[in-house]
Design a protein around this ligand. Structure first.
Ligand code: GLU
Length: 350
């Protein structure tokens, strides 16, 4: 009897040690981008994005295996200029599956930087988990001198295993910084230091393999979001019309004729229309095509009922969202309602 007790105690101790030493399980979902880009020379500018597979990316940074039990999968391998609704739906569903059903502790997504901010915001509204979801990319291809991909991937895995990144929504990890999905913007076409968090700045940083948070996201996301893509195989069609002096109304008319569900204006100043474009927007709204006013200005909100009487025309103001993120929210909003006041509420909440 005594011997049995000793064996049971030893077995329990061993199990305890194993579980204490078990590393967090992190899945890397690769989608392509410059981080997987290859050049025939050591050039940073002439290359093709989305060439190298996930295992090559993992093998290039063996240090991530010290941080976590890392495995990877290739969802697509594209330059993020080719990102589309179909891949977004597939990605959101896969991330939810990995975190809920397959019990991964965190997901890292490798992605091109061109549309990273849109994918981050889409996932921020459609992932149903508090577990860390970290996006990483690079500005230089894997073959370039001083490629930034390996450090970004290492930092992303470090953030993914950090309890500080739980409940923060989807984060982008670039250039040692953590940026939140709602505010992150790509600001420079080619520099490594391209991502900024707008007026609120970065949300945290990664240093020496550890994530440090400076603030929390201000808007609803992930587990608080009402948007659910689990039953969707397509999204409403929403286009963006750019504003400029003497603007042509043709792009707006084209979206109306093609029966798009919504149109976002990347307006001048505080979301203002050129007069010819305004006329078409009023007609579009009367036909049930939701107009959202946003701005081509890089900073500052698009305010409700400012120079444009939104209440009169039933337009929605994008507030703090830039046109490309306003498009994401409008697409998701239109999966639930066509009531412009409810859609405006979503823009206030998310
Ligand atoms: N067009 C590429 C992409 O977005 C280049 C940008 C990058 O990944 O840095 O995939």
């Amino acid at each position: 009897m005594k011997r049995l007790k000793v064996i049971a105690f030893a077995a329990a101790t061993l199990l305890c040690c194993i579980s204490l030493s078990a590393k967090p399980k992190v899945r890397i979902v690769a989608t392509g981008g410059t981080i997987a880009g290859v050049s025939s020379s050591s050039s940073s500018s002439a290359y093709t994005a989305g060439q190298v597979g996930i295992q090559t990316l993992i093998d290039a940074v063996p240090q991530i295996l010290d941080l976590a039990d890392v495995s990877g999968e290739q969802l697509v391998n594209i330059g993020s200029q080719d990102m589309n609704d179909e891949v977004w739906l597939k990605l959101a569903k896969r991330v939810n599956q990995l975190l809920e059903e397959e019990d991964y502790d965190a997901v890292v997504i490798t992605h091109g930087t061109d549309t990273m901010e849109e994918t981050a915001y889409f996932l921020n509204l459609t992932v149903k988990s508090d577990k860390p979801v970290i996006m990483a990319g690079s500005m230089r291809p894997s073959t370039a001198i001083s490629a930034d991909g390996p450090a970004n991937l290492y930092n992303a895995v470090a953030a993914a295993v950090s309890p500080a990144c739980e409940g923060m929504g989807v984060l982008c990890c670039m250039n040692n910084q953590l940026l939140d999905a709602k505010t992150v913007i790509k600001t420079h076409t080619i520099d490594c230091d391209t991502f900024e968090g707008g007026p609120s700045g970065i949300i945290g940083y990664v240093y020496n393999g550890e994530a440090h948070m400076l603030q929390r996201p201000m808007n609803k996301h992930t587990t608080e979001s009402v948007f659910d893509v689990s039953g969707l195989d397509k999204l409403p069609q929403v286009g963006i019309v750019y504003g400029y002096a003497n603007a042509s109304a043709l792009p707006m008319k084209a979206f109306v004729d093609a029966k798009f569900d919504g149109i976002v204006l990347a307006g001048v100043g505080d979301g203002n229309f050129y007069k010819d474009v305004f006329e078409v927007a009023v007609e579009a709204q009367q036909k049930g095509i939701q107009i959202v006013r946003s701005s081509r200005c890089p900073t500052g909100p698009t305010c409700l009922n400012s120079e444009v009487d939104d209440a009169k025309y039933h337009f929605v103001a994008s507030l703090d969202l830039n046109p490309q993120k306003a498009r994401v929210l409008l697409m998701l909003a239109l999966t639930r309602t066509h009531d412009w006041e409810k859609i405006q509420e979503y823009f206030m909440e998310y």
